[in-house]
Write a protein that binds this ligand. Sequence first.
Ligand code: ADP
Ligand code: MG
Length: 654
Amino acid sequence: MAEDLLSLWPRRHLDRTALTPLAGLRPGLEATVAATVLRARLDPRPGRSGPILHVEVGEGAARLAVTFFHAAYLSRVFQPGRRVLLSGPVEWRGRQLAMTHPEWEALEEGEVAPTGLVPVYPLSGGLKQRWMREFMRRHVPALAAQAADPLPLPLRERLDLPPRAWAVTRMHFPADSRERERARRRLVFDEFFRIALAVQLLHGPGSQPGQAQQPDGPLARRFREALPFPLTPGQEAAWSEIAADLAAPRPMARLLQGEVGSGKTVLAALALLAAVDAGRQAALMAPTEILAEQQAAVLEGWLRPLGLEVGLLVGNDRAADGVREAVEAGRLPLVVGTQALLSQGVQFRDLGVVVIDEQHRFGVRQRAVLTGKGFAPDLLVMTATPIPRTLALTVYGDLALSRIEGLPPGRRPVTTVALPQARRRDAYQKVAEEVRRGRQAYVVCPLVQQSPQLPGRGAVELARGMAAVPGWRVGLLHGQMPRAEREAVMDRFRQGAIDVLVSTTIVEVGVDVPNATVMVIESADRFGLAQLHQLRGRVGRGRDPGFCFLIHDSESEEAQARIGAMVRLRDGLALAEEDLHLRGPGEVLGIRQHGVRAFQLADPLTDLDILQQARAEARALLAEDPALAAPERALLRRWVDEALGEARPASVLH
Ligand code: ADP
Ligand code: MG
């Protein structure tokens, strides 16, 4: 509670180090002035605009008109004769200089104006800035002083970091901008250090002895021989890094990044086989049932001819019981599943390799739960979301990074077209054309069903409309359908028995049907860039060129920019950077979902030096005390545990 209050950081500070004399005001200037209230008139306009308070203040011969809306209560403050401080932009109104809704502060008799930097809080629900400021001024210093400093003193001294209590207080009430920055850097160090410790505690490499798998063993060799294609040079390069980790007797912790369609699944299969060739079990976790089902089907197709069985664990039905038993008894070497794999009832006899697909959907904690089911198994996480290096370092901590460069041969870039609503027929003409040629199409909607409350089209309605088109076999797919039905639809689409698949973003990640050549995205402005890129990646996977239509009618500039970026850029990394630019780092790539509290003061893009320092310090500290078990570090340990959340299972931290 106290911590929540203390970390309600000011959005910014008003600079009151310099007062502008009233006579020196100019329109366009953002200024703070001290002046005397000359008169105030409350205009009790009934109706929507509410009462308006007109105030005139003066200093010498200079005058300033000040207007407040919805602020009848202020007429008590702005009494003639009162000295006030006003901060805000200055404008011309008629022939007068004016401020509208400035920040204000009433001065007591004889009080000198408060100077320095004054905090502006992110307020909601009508809490008043001024009230908040006073409340914080009264409570922050004492509360901050009560909280113990989690950083060990020697560390603080070595890095010349001020005490946390000082930093917290000065972050709220700095004397000047230099002080504010010194305070901020200390607090940013704390944010990074805490997350670095958390991530490294969960699965730091080398923190415990691991197992050696057998990459390129007999099963893997037969698998490669049976594959209808050779690996691309990009796949080979990434695989040799992964294989080296797998062969070594320490736990692998590696992130495999590869553009949508670059062929990560083959490498996943090889990693899984490395465990089986070593006589152990392996698990692959995917974020959605559809994707898990598909991965299981793909792996079955490849591995059944080698005599290997692949289990699927997506729900809690009777079939799942059978799979669970077989996994526990060690009869089933390979299992693919959703988060169902994480549940307590799932136990492995000897889990050697864990692969997590489309990692950006899972949090740090979920990852740790799965690896906790084995004795330091090797971990490979895969993502198509290109992550700028700084963010990768922060979010993924000490995962080593491999990248698949390039795409399998013969891929053609997807032609991307943005269409206003009025021209959506163009998109469906292309769908008709491709269906006539025996190709298939996706149509993606933001909603399952149209709703008067939400903008955007619904899949159900659209599918119904399209089913009436002669010659189109239309399928509907969304997350509210029973699983068996969904599986049946997906199977029929994969086999070519459905021409047009109308769905929600459930097809977003990983779905792989090379014969599908058109992707129509309805209400495209309702999707984020990463999502749009994933969706577009569903086509252009076979020998035929792909087409992506973005239907939209948004007037929002940001939405336009997103759609424009999709048309202009093909490369996922460029898109991720554009996304970063449009939305800022906190929102991008689902950092919020990562199970660790998002950064409050840190900017992962510009605070890279602090980040690197914090990670190095975390690593050094854990090398000395791998579980932060020393009694003098109890506080630090608790602080880190809190960042991981209380729901953390006890087994996670060995
Ligand atoms: P992603 O990296 O998006 O998960 P997938 O693993 O689903 O990509 O692969 C996309 C498609 O490319 C699949 O149909 C897969 O069989 C095919 N593929 C993978 N590797 C190669 C390769 N070396 N040559 C040709 N096709 C490949
Ligand atoms: Mg994939």
